[in-house]
Design a binder for this molecule. Structure first.
Ligand code: CO
Length: 170
């Protein structure tokens, strides 16, 4: 090996250190970031089921603070007609549940049991019947840490039974 060849080899090694290693580090970083992003996206929504026994499944929802928005999809897989058994999903502070249930009842069937002028309603889906689905998306910064939240169905007579809890989690 002559001097020129050694020089070329050294330069190749330097080039490797200068370009290829940082490129590998960058690529690894990007892959990690992509994995982290898709992981977050998977937790920024939930699918709930409502049934003929006035139950939500699940009855608790965790909303990660890392989500900008959170989507709740509600499906009603029961057998009873909508007039007898309608379901929706209404999000409130736990302390506001009884008050919001009253304004919802006053709004009545014509307004799908949600008084949209009641600012204590943080999010609400439409009212659905058997075999139907609905969803709502709300900004996660609507929620504040350390405050208990609840969700309920505001259809006539359902609010005392058809409830669940929601928490903001890190
Ligand atoms: Co209901």
């Amino acid at each position: 090996m002559n001097l020129l060849q050694r020089g070329t080899l050294r330069k190749t090694a330097q080039l490797h250190r200068a370009l290829i290693r940082p490129a590998v580090v960058l690529l690894t970083g990007l892959l990690g970031l992509a994995a982290a992003c898709s992981g977050h996206a998977a937790t920024c929504s939930i699918e709930l089921e409502a049934d003929d026994a006035m139950r939500f499944t699940p009855t608790h929802i965790d909303v990660p603070t890392s989500c900008a928005n959170f989507t709740v999809k509600l499906t009603y897989s029961g057998r009873l007609p909508k007039l007898a058994m309608g379901h929706n999903w209404v999000l409130v502070k736990t302390a506001d549940l009884d008050g919001v249930a009253k304004t919802a009842m006053a709004a009545g069937a014509q307004q799908n049991y949600v008084d949209r002028s009641d600012t204590r309603v943080l999010a609400a889906t439409s009212l659905i019947g058997t075999g139907e689905s609905t969803s709502t998306t709300f900004a996660v910064n609507t929620l504040k840490a350390g405050i208990p939240y609840a969700f309920f169905c505001s259809f006539a007579g359902h609010s005392p039974i058809m409830q669940g809890t929601l928490s903001l989690v890190p």
